[in-house]
Design a binder for this molecule. Sequence first.
Ligand code: ADP
Ligand code: MG
Length: 579
Amino acid sequence: MTQEIENTPAIAPFNTLGLHPSVLAAITAVGYEEPSPIQTQSIPLIMAGHDMIGQAQTGTGKTAAFALPILSRIDANRREAQVLVLAPTRELALQVATAFESFAAQMPTVNVVAIYGGAPMGPQLKAIRNGAQVIVATPGRLVDHLSRNGGLLSTIKFLVLDEADEMLKLGFMDDLEVIFNAMPDERQTVLFSATLPSSIRGIAEKHLRNPQQVKIASKTQTVARIDQAHLMVHADQKINAVLRLLEVEDFDAMIGFVRTKQATLDIAAALEAKGYKVAALNGDIAQNQRERVIDSLKDGRLNIVIATDVAARGLDVPRITHVFNIDMPYDPESYVHRIGRTGRAGREGRALLLVTPRERRMLQVVERVTGQKIAEIQLPDAKVILQARIRRLTQDLAPRVKDKENKNVELLAHLTTELNCSAEDLALALLAKTTEGQAFTLDGVEREQPVLAPRGRDNRDRDDRGGRGRDDRGGRGEGGRGDRGGEGGRERRAPLALSEGKVRCRTALGVRDGVAARNLLGAILNEGGLSRDAIGRIQIRESFSLVELPEEGLESLLSKLKDTRVAGKALKLRRYRED
Ligand code: ADP
Ligand code: MG
């Protein structure tokens, strides 16, 4: 089969940007396959020591654009503050700190501390004094610290102003001046922002040296013949949204786009568990396997492929009626490129897009650049889902009911005699069998909904932006279970719940206690005597954390860990009741 050669701009892979090998290893673990445009352009400049101004929309990957090169350049063996990142809010500061931690996962001597209001100052100060190399702070709280300890920032070599426009909107101008004055002049300063109002240019002129500018702007694009819709959703509800939308969308073949390898596996597993013929396509998949997947999609052995942009490059399958943007693309060009997979050969295509609250602005940019509104749709409720199920079943049965040559006439007679029942009784029994695992009453569908929801309430404070691998580094067994396919598929439950044989345990230590996933992991490995793959997902929250541990031998494990301390505090791990 010939494959279309596409004219996409060359993107240098991560390993050509001069990043430190430990950082590269961490990127692979997090599942990023290729740098986003702002990353491609900023990383070499920061690596070369330039000051810079980076302008790009929310959701374009600005955090890694500065975190990766800066981590590559710090002196990991010096235990002193070297990097200061300023972020507008506590949430953003925590997100950036967690991202730094995941990118520094292979740099055991590097520590990150988040400094923000609403938490005691003592532990924050102590973490800085203990030699954390990376400080991520909100300006207000940092100024409080400075008023007591003026020398706190005297060893800083890298300063990042993240989401600079937001910081100014929140009135942090004066605080920023105080912070600049408390910092050595010999430093590298980078500023990232979605917009560059004159106030920010003013700051740049005064405090940056000869800054290089990087701007990710968009040219107008045309999209035709494609019916587009978007749905607002929180990141932790994405799988739920995908499952429900697939029930009501009439598709032949679909390609779903996500950002990371892990997400291709997670989503494909969730769909497979519901009986869809689906495969994941990511950069780890060998070329011949990739071709097999594409061929299967062409001939209908597969109906859905969940892919990263890299893996989908060059994929051209006329059967595709739907493109599902499960994670936002980085820019409008890539959106247009993605949805161009459908509507081929003059056919109507449909494009769906999930938008998390922080990505609203990107949605607007896409609309502006394409000159088209992308209609908002709502999550289908139980009633709509039930109707769709009945419609599908009806469509499936219609030709069989009309089939005059049905070969089962004798079998019917035999069964009704054997079972001593009417044809209607038998029909009911057969219906029960074909609908097994899927509700066909309103009540039943409603009761299914909570099952569809991936993970429970422990999840509300998750990063709402679709990225994974921040706070949930750790065993990833659940996505890639070996027992794929088979007829039992429909009955399996959503795989994003717990992995088999694992239970969740909770500790009251979280981000605010200075705990990171690798601290927890280290403590449990060392003192619990477990192997690495016995430990499942680790979720670090603000005021608590959850760890998946093997159910077998849990009691004795917990008693081994009875006196374990993490970040100077008692771990006190307990089994966590799911509801
Ligand atoms: P911004 O700061 O521009 O708003 P973020 O840095 O918060 O964007 O990144 C948005 C999301 O994209 C995050 O979930 C992040 O993990 C993910 N992401 C960033 N860079 C990449 C990449 N190269 N590949 C895959 N996902 C990425
Ligand atoms: Mg950001």
